[in-house]
Ligand binder design. Structure first.
Ligand code: 0WE
Length: 256
């Protein structure tokens, strides 16, 4: 029997087959979870339907712009009607305006700060609040973070500040939802070759830097994020909440 057999989950953040959300969703499904998916905007609808459609007829696929409270309310109303309850939620959503990731952090506009924090950090709180009433038998909420939350990564800029807010929100949500046996954790992934990384200047050099300097002398594979996602979702992680787990080939431990 799978580690997640009988569990019901919802996945936010699949854009295409390279998405971290897709790697974790596939691993959750392989372990027996039944999943709902959301997509951001019509341009991603076909992608998500093609990927998630492979899981069969009981898969729910819904639109959701995480900056819209009415979208979030509608998603959890429909998931509640079809699933009746919920055990798992994956948050794999981030956005900052491109110019904020290219220039000097000093020039971060009020609007770029607001958008980055709304999409990338506040959304975790809003989604947790939507999911919590359905998590009647406890639950596991997993969000994706990055080392730029903790140390300066050139050009990551306002996304680093937003990921710091996401990680702090993870701790406060863990405290808020702990009495309901709902756990909230982050996976801090090493750099991955996803749509979100495409076109980021120097991204190839960053992958080479991890190969050269991480203890394991390599980059992280999507399946390894999937396996950590399964662990955090499983009853094996029943006493783990509020944590940031680094899945980064050990890079984060290095001082030089
Ligand atoms: O969190 C991320 C990327 C998130 C992201 C990516 C984009 C690109 C396109 C958020 N917003 C946007 N907005 C866009 O217009 N990562 C961890 C990947 C990443 O992004 C970087 C990195 C790494 C690593 C940006 C600069 C430096 C390093």
């Amino acid at each position: 029997m799978g580690l997640l057999t009988g569990k019901l989950g919802i996945v936010f953040g699949v854009a295409n087959k390279r998405s971290i959300a897709w790697a974790i969703a596939q691993a959750w499904a392989r372990e027996g979870a039944t999943l709902a998916f959301t997509y951001q905007g019509e341009r991603l609808k076909d992608n998500v339907e093609e990927l998630a459609g492979t899981f069969g007829a009981d898969t729910i696929i819904l639109p959701c712009d995480v900056t819209r409270d009415e979208d979030i309310a509608s998603v959890f109303a429909q998931v509640g009607a079809k699933f009746g309850r919920l055990d798992l939620l994956l948050h794999s959503v981030a956005f900052a305006p491109r110019e904020a990731l290219e220039g000097d952090f000093l020039d971060t506009s009020r609007d770029a700060f607001k958008v980055a924090h709304d999409v990338s950090a506040y959304s975790l709180i809003a989604l947790a609040r939507g999911a919590a009433p359905l998590m009647t038998d406890g639950g596991s909420i997993v969000a994706m973070s990055y080392y730029g939350a903790e140390k300066v990564i050139p050009h990551y800029n306002v996304m680093g500040v937003a990921k710091a807010a996401l990680e702090a929100s993870t701790r406060y949500l863990a405290y808020s939802l702990g009495p309901k046996k709902v756990r909230v954790n982050c996976i801090s992934a090493g750099p991955m070759n996803t749509l979100a990384a495409r076109g980021i200047a120097g991204f190839g050099d960053m992958l080479k830097h991890y190969e050269a300097h991480s203890p394991l002398k390599r980059n992280v594979l999507p399946d390894e994020l999937g396996a950590t996602g399964v662990f955090l979702a499983s009853n094996g992680a029943a006493a783990i909440t509020g944590q940031v787990i680094y899945v980064d080939a050990g890079y984060q431990i290095m001082g030089m």
